[in-house]
Design a protein around this ligand. Structure first.
Ligand SMILES: Nc1ncnc2c1ncn2[C@@H]1O[C@H](COP(=O)(O)OP(=O)(O)OP(=O)(O)O)[C@@H](O)[C@H]1O
Ligand SMILES: [Mg+2]
Length: 505
């Protein structure tokens, strides 16, 4: 039965390998860049904020020192006044608090406006607990809405505050004159200033990163399209080659290119198609040879029979002769068909060897006896030199056929009165059967081919001897089925020797 050629599956919405590569490449590149960029942005942000915190702490400490005396000794108005003058340079808001975190003065409130209210932000509490200074970020109460700055905001993962405030607290220290020892902590100065500048810087960095990110993503996309093209090109070539082969073009080959695996695949494909092509050629050759061999005896018979039909007055002697020839041709046909069947059966693995243990010398003698009449007719001398202790575990009738074919060839291709010799010896742990003759021999250039089907060295001559060129191919097949091997040594004009080696028991 003909194997059905698989139909291409219905096109599914699967991505081609090429686009899968592009996608993977792009995702890897983009995510790597994204993580690197966000790490960098957050580092820069941290750095900027740290710097700002340090500067603010220094300023707050300085302002606290400036107001310390007034805070400790003068009234609220003087404190407010000195704080306003301290603040004018900085543009921030100063709030002085006592040790209970109660507001004593606030530069953005009227004098006494919020006096007495408690303001215990974490920074104030830090300082009350003994810290030298403390910095924290707080949302500005009057910036509840957050408008979008640029289109890049769309990509932002971090919510950057607009109008966030930096709170810096520093202790108000009072150094008493004449006394050594640590200064007294009399209050806390809270300095509130906008950190918008820092945030803007950070946003600028982030914007830059995002721009680079978009550029890198585009470049990555282009590169991945390019690479995927390079990677998948051999694959497309291979697919095209396979399609051509599926359509019946067995000569289809693909260029060996691409990476190691691709090149390996291409080479394997080429080898496979080469083998298929050889097999196809061999099959065509076999069919055409077989038809030719079968046609020859048929046309001969047709001529003979037609002569008999159209010449009714033919003498009975000639008629007898014609009938004998027809009979011979039928024998020949039967033999060719028998040989072909044997070969085909072995090929398809149908043949089962009926193995038994026997002595090779016995089978050789029997076979020689069957050919004795032919030998006698040609006046040829056959010498047997057989070691009797060599037994094999093999199919007796098949081995007999091997010996018969070899001996028949020796007889056919040796002129009358020639010499033929069969020798059976041991060769290591194998049996060695040799059939040697003193005939015409086989030219060295022909030796590799004589085991091929229908191969004859001298087409015209062996046809006249009745050969079809199948004998030796059957011999080789049978020997190989028995795990043996067959070789030939010969010199043109000086006879030929066939060597069969087989496992012994
Ligand atoms: N002993 C030999 N001496 C010289 N040539 C040989 C010998 N044996 C085989 N050959 C050559 O090898 C060819 C193939 O042999 P093979 O036995 O396969 O075919 P055949 O004898 O022509 O036909 P068949 O055996 O099918 O009747 C022969 O045609 C012959 O030319
Ligand atoms: Mg033969």
């Amino acid at each position: 039965m003909r194997p059905a050629i698989a139909r291409p599956a219905k096109r599914r919405a699967n991505l081609s390998v090429r686009w899968q590569i592009v996608f993977a490449f792009f995702v890897i590149l983009a995510s790597a860049f994204y993580f690197a960029a966000s790490a960098l942005t957050s580092l820069v942000g941290q750095y900027l904020l740290d710097n700002r915190a340090q500067a603010d702490a220094a300023a707050a400490t300085e302002a606290a020192a400036a107001i310390a005396d007034t805070f400790a000794r003068a009234g609220a108005e003087s404190l407010y006044a000195i704080m306003m003058s301290e603040n004018s340079a900085r543009g921030s808001r100063l709030i002085a608090l006592d040790q209970d975190a109660r507001v004593q003065a606030d530069t953005s409130a009227q004098i006494n406006g919020v006096q007495g209210a408690r303001l215990n932000t974490p920074e104030v509490l830090d300082v009350l607990n003994g810290a030298a200074s403390s910095f924290g970020l707080h949302p500005s109460p009057d910036s509840a809405t957050r408008e979008r700055r640029t289109w890049l905001d769309f990509f932002r993962s971090l919510e950057y505050p607009h109008g966030w405030l930096g709170y810096t607290a520093a202790p108000i220290l009072l150094y008493s004159v004449g006394e050594n020892g640590p200064p007294a902590r009399v209050g806390v100065l809270l300095c509130i200033s906008s950190v918008q500048e820092v945030v803007s810087q950070l946003i600028a960095v982030q914007d830059q990163m995002l721009t680079y990110f978009v550029a890198a993503a585009l470049a990555g996309l282009l590169l991945s399209i390019l690479f995927s093209q390079i990677i998948t090109k051999p694959l497309q070539g291979l697919a095209a080659g396979i399609e051509r082969m599926a359509r019946g073009d067995l000569a289809s080959r693909v260029p060996v290119s691409g990476g190691r695996e691709m090149a390996h695949l291409a080479r394997a494909f080429n080898e496979m198609s080469q083998k298929l092509e050889n097999l196809d050629d061999a099959r065509n050759q076999f069919v055409s040879n077989a038809s030719h061999e079968l046609k020859t005896p048929l046309s001969t018979m047709k001529i003979l029979i037609e002569s008999m039909i159209y010449e009714p007055d033919m003498g009975s002697g000639v008629r007898q002769e014609f009938l004998t020839d027809i009979n011979k041709e039928i024998d020949r046909l039967t033999r060719i068909i028998g040989d072909l069947l044997t070969l085909v059966r072995v090929d398809s693995g149908e043949v089962k060897l009926r193995r038994e243990e026997f002595r090779l010398a016995d089978v050789t003698r029997e076979t020689a006896r069957r050919l004795a009449p032919l030998l006698k007719e040609r006046g040829q001398e056959l010498t047997l030199s057989l070691a009797d202790d060599i037994a094999v575990f093999a199919d007796r009738s098949k081995i007999s056929q091997v010996i018969y074919n070899l001996l028949e060839n020796a007889v056919k291709y040796t002129p009358p009165h020639g010499k033929i010799r069969i020798q059976l010896t041991r060769d290591g742990n194998r049996a060695l059967l040799e059939v040697a003759d003193s005939g015409m021999g086989i030219p060295e250039s022909e030796q590799p081919h004589i085991f091929e089907r229908f191969y004859r060295v001298d087409k015209a001559r062996s046809r006249s001897t009745g050969g079809t060129g199948l004998g030796l191919s059957i011999v080789r097949q049978v020997v190989q089925l028995h795990d043996g091997e067959i070789t030939v040594t010969s010199q043109e004009g000086k006879g030929a020797t066939f060597h069969v080696r087989m496992p012994m028991v």
